[in-house]
Design a protein around this ligand. Structure first.
Ligand code: INI
Length: 181
């Protein structure tokens, strides 16, 4: 039998989409910078005019999953990275947005078989969000690492059952990924 693990040495041949929420862009732009730094240092060409990373801006976290699912369905990407920030205010809005973005991203990944990374910072205060977006650490870097790992791992796991890489429910078989073509 075997042990499967994602590696970080295939980054130069992988493609990524990054979906970023404009809401709280003081935070999300810093998450994006951390994410890009990680991808670049692992050999990914992060230039928007290049062939490896596409960037998609959406109004806020509520819209992220819809776009991420559509990008995953395109089969152009080895992983989709979602970046957003939800900061608790004095209204119940926080809970609605958190619930939808978390369920939506999980569904997008499960339905398409493409790794969709949950890069959503959820905090009580702006100070806590800033600490996670560069003051203490930058979670954008961590989300990119997870994307690299999952992109590599899914390539290996898919190869166990060639031609059966479609989603588990509902949508029927999808064409092979560009990475495999
Ligand atoms: N969007 C966020 O990304 N973060 C938030 O903290 C947030 N809050 O708290 O309101 C938020 N709201 C906007 C929402 O995501 C949608 O863009 C908007 O409701 C339009 O559909």
């Amino acid at each position: 039998m075997a042990v499967f693990e994602g590696s970080f040495d295939r980054a130069g041949s992988q493609r990524f989409a990054i979906v970023i929420g404009r809401f709280n862009d003081l935070i999300t732009s810093k998450l994006l910078a951390g994410c890009q730094d990680c991808l670049k240092r692992h050999g990914v060409d992060i230039d928007p005019q290049g062939r490896q990373v596409d960037y998609v801006w959406v109004p806020g976290c509520f819209e992220i999953a819809t776009v991420a699912r559509q990008l995953a369905l395109s089969q152009r990407y080895d992983a989709v990275i979602c970046l957003g920030a939800v900061i608790r205010g004095q209204t119940p809005h926080f809970d609605y947005v958190c619930a939808e973005v978390s369920k939506g991203i999980a569904a997008a990944s499960f339905q398409t078989g493409v790794p969709v990374m949950f890069g959503i910072v959820t905090t009580d205060t702006m100070q806590q969000a800033l600490e996670r977006a560069g003051i203490k650490s930058n979670l954008g870097w961590d989300y990119a690492m997870s994307a690299l790992e999952m992109a590599s791992l899914m390539q290996q796991v898919r190869s166990l059952a060639p031609g059966v890489d479609g989603p588990p429910i509902g949508l029927g078989a999808l064409p092979p990924t560009l990475a495999e073509a």
